[in-house]
Design a protein around this ligand. Structure first.
Ligand code: COA
Length: 340
């Protein structure tokens, strides 16, 4: 039997979090006319009041770089200390090279492992799980994990089921070594029977020269809202319970709940179904940020820590879920309170 030496005996933790929200705030009132809706309907059905949309001059990588700089600084590191960059996104408009390599180049991070994760709104939790396992195994030491999206580029503003839901932004964390377990086991999975419930269509594979143009083929996000809602409420509650149990905890040990910010009614329902005690502080960043897919958990984490500094070092349950349908989550010890 081969014996492999030099495996570091260490655990992992989130060292810091950083966030970037584009400057432009878009209120519901700006969107309702095109979809025959109202500010009241959107607030009641989703909890969303405003969201941020990036302008044409700001790319998803610009947002990711801004969030990453903050996270790296708050970790007490410099970009050259990062040895792995993982970028969770579904809105980087190039197939290759990856968004993570563009971030690494822009931050002058040299020789780092760099790859993107395509797990939609679960992408951040998938990436934290991978980063944590890489640190624990010795494959990496300081991993920059980014969730970033510019979904406004992929919206049909006449679609009553999507135009008002999504926002832009980027959040980043640094996952590094720890002297105790500060990231629990990640539960990851999928329900591929419902693969079509959220999709970016049409696909470029359908492009036929002379039949359709680049303009008519530009993909936009579609979803079967009710199907996704039901799935999230029933299936993700079970996933949440599994994450808590796998961490050797009970709901009483959870201090904060930072789920993917898809819909405030989904967040309320999950909180009840998982029987989280009233003392748990629940992230409701969706109200002013909308659904930012892979960016939503780190953005919500940053906002929650700024609002509740007492949560530093406390247990937060993270759960992401979305297109695929895929999900992932873990319990993490929250990093220090953001200071600029
Ligand atoms: N504005 C106003 N009214 C609307 C509307 C809109 N944008 N969209 C639908 N309606 C109306 C419908 O016409 C219908 O009216 P009726 O009862 O008179 O027939 C009624 O509202 C209910 O429509 P429905 O499609 O059942 O809405 P809903 O309650 O399911 O809400 C979503 C729609 C999209 C907000 C909701 O399904 C949702 O949030 N789903 C989850 C989506 C999600 O989280 N996606 C991301 C996962 S990562």
């Amino acid at each position: 039997m081969a014996i492999i030496n030099n495996i570091p005996a260490r655990d992992s933790r989130i060292l810091s979090v950083g966030a970037h929200r584009p400057a432009r705030v878009v209120p519901n009132s700006e969107l309702i006319d095109r979809i025959d809706s109202s500010d009241e309907w959107i607030r009641q059905r989703t909890g969303i009041e405003t969201r941020h949309w990036a302008g044409p001059e700001e790319t998803v990588v610009d947002m990711a770089v801004a969030a990453s700089k903050i996270a790296i600084k708050r970790a007490g590191l410099v970009p050259q200390d990062i040895d792995t960059v993982i970028f969770a996104t579904i809105t980087y408009p190039y197939q290759t090279p990856s968004a993570s390599t563009e971030v690494a180049a822009r931050l002058e991070i040299k020789n780092a492992a760099a790859f993107d994760i395509g797990a939609a709104c679960a992408g951040f939790s998938y990436s934290v799980g991978l980063a944590s396992d890489m640190v624990r195994s010795g494959s990496a030491t300081n991993v920059l994990v980014i969730g970033g999206e510019k979904i406004s580029d992929f919206l049909d503003l006449d679609d009553r089921g999507t135009s008002f839901i999504f926002g832009d932004g980027a959040g980043a964390v640094v996952v590094g070594p720890s002297d105790h377990v500060a990231i629990g086991p990640t539960v990851m999975g999928s329900d591929v029977q419902n693969r079509e419930a959220i999709a970016m269509l049409p696909s470029w594979i359908d492009f036929k020269p002379g039949v359709n143009s680049a303009e008519t083929m530009w993909p936009v996000l579609h979803q079967e809202g009710q199907k996704v809602f039901r799935w999230a409420v029933y299936e993700i509650a079970k996933v949440g319970k599994e994450i808590i149990a796998k961490s050797g905890l009970t709901p009483m040990d959870i201090d904060a709940f930072i789920p993917h910010q898809a819909n405030e009614r989904i967040i309320e329902s999950l909180t009840k179904s998982m029987e989280l005690p009233d003392s748990v502080i629940v992230a409701r960043d969706i109200r002013t940020t909308g659904n930012t897919s892979a960016a939503s958990i780190p953005l919500a984490m940053d906002a929650l820590l700024a609002e509740h500094p007492e949560l530093h070092g406390k247990n937060a349950l993270l759960i992401g879920f979305g297109a695929g349908l895929v999900y992932a989550g873990q319990v993490v010890e929250l990093p220090p309170v953001p200071k600029n």
